[in-house]
Design a protein around this ligand. Structure first.
Ligand code: UDP
Ligand code: UDP
Length: 472
């Protein structure tokens, strides 16, 4: 008999790829019959991101995990330049190639679909194999998507209109009403919702299971809400598997890695604030200057990941050739002994370092899990996607973050976050053993306990593997 093969599709984003590879590794370690073919999708308009993905894959050696690179479209000149919609178009384009590849696989037993590639569930259905969705964001995000979709499909509500006229949303995944202003624009914006997210939510329902990179102690309320599937509409909710935190355990081979780590080695314990805004975060020049001034005013040591904004709105950021040109005059000289500005860091290793005591973050889900794991408190500065909602929950519900900004519309509409605000909040973040730091350390312990033998995520993973093994 042919050996069983799971096919994995992953969004072309480093945070999605790294977690999906880590999940694949865990699955393969647990079952030595299985192999996984991971279909790599690359974005032709993002050469730097593509290089990062390639470097990461080159350095990744997992037994029975095979990478297959899907062909790139030859000409995308006529495609949309909007980042999210471009990726959407790319995924639709790739369906044909996924189908072609899968048709040659002997022993195909199922699909593992990253949360942004759920459109491939059509291919899985054609081949009559089950799909598991892997959500690289939290359970509350999944709940929100399913709930809003059920309002539209089961209750005939015009949700876009609803969000225009209401101030708050009550949904089963939230402990308290959520201000509509922090709901992700991908859900409240007509174009984004109708072209992408509404379909995604419908596709989630068709999966055999949804694996979520979260853990019970972090999202207890949202996870329990799924037990009453009818709260999310007529068609119910697939089995949810909270098995996180799944962190990227692979070494990132970045060019100035040892220089960064050596610099940290020479700083006092918990003295450095890391500023990092995910793979897509960047700021316009005037905001960069405010951050620089804010850092100087805070008087704290810092490691700042700074990238150049995309040439076109909605494109991909790149690394600066000469960062000095965008910083206030003399900034690098004045801060030479206390700070470092770089284009990319090995983030988990940095957060794990004794010298790092705080993290100014865009609140991407991976960054949140990494900071929790390392017990490093966050100051929130959401920029896109569901980050605003994440930030709101960190500050207002969990009390494990300090607020710099909660409102990314501010950033998008180009209203500056001022240096005084940045300086004040960074000082507050780094201020000794404050309440926020204590709470982060508590939840950090719980995150580690969750994945230990007998922990909630560990048990859930065992459960997931039993159902996966039943499909072959
Ligand atoms: N990352 C990194 N170095 C950087 C910036 C980001 O290693 O300079 C990693 C980070 O550790 C995380 C991922 O890239 O694992 C970003 O994922 P996240 O969900 O936080 O944000 P996204 O990039 O999806 O917005
Ligand atoms: N890590 C890493 N690169 C490093 C050092 C650590 O990716 O150079 C990761 C490591 O794999 C682990 C995490 O960072 O998952 C925390 O590392 P630490 O040494 O603190 O061990 P742990 O937290 O797992 O006990």
């Amino acid at each position: 008999m042919d050996k069983p093969v799971l096919v994995a599709t992953v969004a072309p984003l480093i945070g999605h790829l790294t977690q999906s590879i880590q999940l694949a590794k865990l699955i393969l370690e647990k079952n030595n019959q299985l192999s996984i073919s991971l279909l790599v999708i690359k974005v032709p308009i993002d050469p730097q991101g593509t290089n990062k993905i390639q470097t990461f894959i080159d350095g990744c050696n997992v037994e029975r995990l095979h990478f297959h690179h899907l062909p790139q479209p030859e000409n995308t000149d006529s495609w949309t330049s909007h980042r999210g919609l471009f990726v959407n178009q790319l995924l639709e384009f790739q369906k044909l190639h996924v189908r072609e590849y899968v048709s040659k696989i002997k022993g195909l037993c199922g699909f593992l679909l990253d949360v942004m590639t759920t459109t491939m569930i059509d291919v899985a259905d054609e081949f009559q194999v089950p799909s598991y969705i892997f959500c690289t964001s939290g359970a509350a995000f999944i709940g929100l998507m399913l709930y809003v979709q059920s309002l539209q499909d089961d209750h005939n509500q015009d949700t876009i209109e609803l969000f225009k006229t209401s101030k708050e949303l009550i949904a089963p995944c939230f402990l308290q009403p959520i201000p509509v202003s922090v709901l992700p624009i991908i859900i409240t914006d007509k174009l984004q919702w109708s072209i992408r997210m509404h379909k995604w939510a419908q596709q989630y329902r068709r999966a055999k299971g949804i694996i979520v990179n979260t853990f019970a102690a972090l999202e207890d309320y949202a996870l329990k809400s799924f037990l009453k599937g009818s709260a999310y509409g007529k068609s119910g909710v697939p089995q949810i598997y909270p098995i996180g935190p799944i962190l990227n355990r692979f070494e990132s081979k970045i060019k100035n890695r040892s220089e960064i780590m050596e610099w940290l080695d020479n700083q006092p314990a918990k003295s450095v604030v890391l500023l990092s805004f995910g793979s897509l975060g960047s700021f316009q020049l005037d905001q960069v200057k405010e951050i620089a001034n804010g850092l100087e005013q805070s008087g704290q040591r810092f490691l700042w990941v700074l990238r150049q904004p995309p040439k076109e709105k909605g494109g991909f950021p790149t690394e600066y050739e000469n960062v000095e040109l965008v910083l206030p005059e003399g900034f690098l000289d004045r801060t030479a002994s206390i700070g470092k500005v770089v284009g990319w860091v090995p983030q988990l290793a940095v957060l794990s370092h004794f010298a790092v005591g705080g993290f100014v973050s865009h609140c991407g889900w991976n960054s949140i899990l990494e900071s929790i794991w390392c017990g490093v408190p966050i100051a929130t500065w959401p920029l896109a996607a569901e980050q605003e909602l994440n930030a709101f929950q960190l500050v207002k519900e969990l009390g494990i973050a300090v607020e710099i900004s909660l409102d990314y519309n501010e950033a998008m509409q180009h209203q500056l976050v001022k240096a005084e605000q940045i300086g004040k909040r960074v000082r507050q973040l780094m201020d000794g053993e404050n309440e926020v730091r204590k709470r982060v350390q508590e939840i950090s312990g719980k995150s580690r306990a969750a994945v230990q033998e007998g922990g909630s995520s560990h048990l859930c993973f065992e459960n997931l593997m039993q159902t996966i093994c039943r499909i072959f």
